[in-house]
Write a protein that binds this ligand. Structure first.
Ligand SMILES: *[C@@H]1O[C@H](CO)[C@@H](O)[C@H](O)[C@H]1NC(C)=O
Ligand SMILES: *[C@@H]1O[C@H](CO)[C@@H](O)[C@H](O)[C@H]1NC(C)=O
Length: 305
């Protein structure tokens, strides 16, 4: 009887996993806060739990505010952030027990390049389906996107032809991934879990179905409001936005208007996640045709303010 139970359980497990094997989305996960940041590791777990095939490739330390800068990776002269690798470690390295966790001792742009060009062929036998950059520690709004390494990495992914999204969250501070376990009820740990859950929902929706995932030269900038008054992922609503407030430009027609709300105002208004499509060369708003394409893709996920 015991054996039968074990066999049944095994069969159920195998059957449950099978559909995931075929629909597994391949992700390069990066950021500018570093590979050992709590937020990126919470996402790594959440994406894995949701059946994604994830390889993390992020800077060895905090490289916030470095935009689209690039350099050749060099060996570490100091330990990686939060002592996550010893001084003297090679220019690129990985976690010995989980080689899908990789650091690159250079800028965010270099990390995402290494992910797409070197790690993806090795782990995926090809290109990733999507680049997820962030969620960043702190929002990246309005012209703030120009200096953001998280946004820089997403723009780079898009230039390399991979659908790319930059995520940023208001509630977060620079803390080690080990605090997710040691302090699971801290505000930052809880926020990291909430944002990770929202990212899983968002990326699943974006990648779902046939056709182009994003228009040419377009990536997405997604910002999450603080979690203070938004205790679960379900308390958030996704809103389609623009980067720069502009009452004179005609945007895609949605929610009864041809002007989109701007992301800065939207994120300040409550439990919202703003979604702004940006041009990967300019890091500025795209035109209404491309907005319409993105909005169509996200049909059913996006609410009106
Ligand atoms: C991360 O780097 C940025 C830019 O250099 C800096 O402003 C910030 O204070 C750094 N954060 C930490 C926790 O080191
Ligand atoms: C490496 O991975 C192991 C197993 O997942 C984990 O226990 C350890 O904390 C990780 N270390 C780093 C620096 O990622």
């Amino acid at each position: 009887m015991k054996y039968l139970h074990a066999l049944q359980l095994f069969t159920v497990l195998v059957l449950c996993r099978l559909p995931m094997v075929f629909s597994q989305h391949r992700v390069i996960l990066t950021n500018d806060d570093g590979w050992a940041e709590a937020q990126i590791r919470a996402e790594y777990e959440a994406l894995n739990d949701a059946g994604f095939d994830v390889v993390l490739s992020a800077p060895a330390e905090n490289r916030s505010g470095t935009g689209s800068q690039s350099e050749d990776p060099t060996p570490r002269t100091e330990p990686c952030e939060f002592d996550s690798c010893p001084a003297g470690s090679p220019a690129v390295g990985f976690n010995e027990t989980d080689p899908r966790l990789n650091y690159v001792n250079a800028f965010p742009v270099d990390s995402v390049r290494f992910g797409i060009q070197t790690l993806a062929p090795k782990f995926f036998n090809g290109k990733p389906d999507v680049v997820i950059s962030g969620s960043n520690v702190g929002n990246n709004l309005n012209l703030g996107v120009l200096g953001s390494g998280t946004v820089g990495a997403a723009a780079e992914g898009s230039k390399e032809g991979i659908p790319s999204i930059a995520f940023s969250g208001a509630t977060a501070s620079h803390i080690s991934f080990t605090s997710l376990e040691s302090d699971p009820t801290s505000q930052d740990s809880i926020a990291a879990r909430i944002y990770s859950s929202l990212i899983v929902t968002f990326v699943n929706k974006l990648l779902d179905g046939p056709g182009d995932i994003l228009p040419s030269h377009t990536f997405l900038n997604v910002n999450f409001a603080p979690t203070d008054n938004c205790p679960t992922a379900e308390s958030f609503k996704f809103i389609f936005t623009r980067l720069i407030p502009n009452p004179f430009v005609k945007d895609v027609n949605t929610c009864g208007k041809d002007h989109l709300p701007d992301e800065t105002t939207t994120v300040a208004r409550g439990c919202f996640a703003s979604i702004t499509p940006l041009d990967d060369r300019l890091k500025l708003d795209v035109g209404k045709e491309k907005q319409a394409q993105v909005l169509g893709r996200l049909n059913g996920l996006v609410s009106c303010l």
